[in-house]
Write a new protein. Structure first.
Length: 205
């Protein structure tokens, strides 16, 4: 449960996305804002393989700015009733994904947010593997494919203790994101309300 007064968590799902991540990091840097990135291990490995220099640059920026990396999923998938009710992935698959992210990023992975959110078994697996599961504020949530105006309005309604769920990139189920238009306006609005946008662990500590 989010408890840190006057802090609002800023988190990103579905990354890393090579088309957006540099601009997102620049926006965060301009706003002196740390954030939590819940990455899909498959996407991180693909990014590193396709452009190792850019990926290394991103990792350095994450470290310098003290952003944190959490696990979102071993790989992308189209959800089914069974995957939502149980888990798309085994404990061993989640364990391997954690190790892959730690090797790629040089960070200890401590946080988990299940891809498509439910999956009670995966939450148990994550806890057994030492991860804390972080959900987000359902009231102040907008889908990545909602209009820019709708997203800004919903996210900007956050209160202290909220953890916002943005989306870094696209997936099999979500083909668009307006994050580069939405993020700077939301951060500005939150600060105008006297709130401090920051990474999820700072809100929860």
């Amino acid at each position: 449960m989010a408890t840190k007064e006057r802090f609002v968590g800023v988190s990103f799902d579905d990354g890393p996305n090579s088309q957006n991540i540099q601009e997102i990091l620049a926006i965060l840097r301009e706003n002196n804002c740390q954030a939590t990135f819940f990455w899909i291990a498959e996407f991180a490995k693909k990014f590193s393989d396709q452009d190792r220099n850019l990926f290394s640059k991103i990792i350095r920026e994450l470290k310098v700015s003290e952003h944190e990396i959490g696990l979102h999923a071993p790989s992308d998938y189209a959800p089914t009733f069974l995957s939502r009710a149980y888990s798309q992935f085994s404990k061993e698959e989640i364990k391997i994904a954690i190790a892959d992210l730690e090797e790629l990023t040089g960070q200890k992975v401590r946080l988990y947010r299940p891809h498509y959110l439910l999956q009670p078994a995966s939450i148990i697996f994550a806890r057994q593997l030492g991860l804390s599961t972080v959900f987000g504020d359902a009231i102040h949530y907008a889908s990545a494919d909602a209009s820019t105006e709708v997203q800004i309005k919903k996210f900007s309604g956050a209160r202290s203790g909220s953890i916002l769920i943005f989306h870094d990139g696209t997936t099999l189920q979500r083909k668009t994101t307006h994050i580069l238009e939405v993020l700077p306006q939301v951060l500005d609005n939150l600060k105008g309300l006297g709130l401090t946008p920051t990474k999820a662990s700072a809100v929860l500590s």
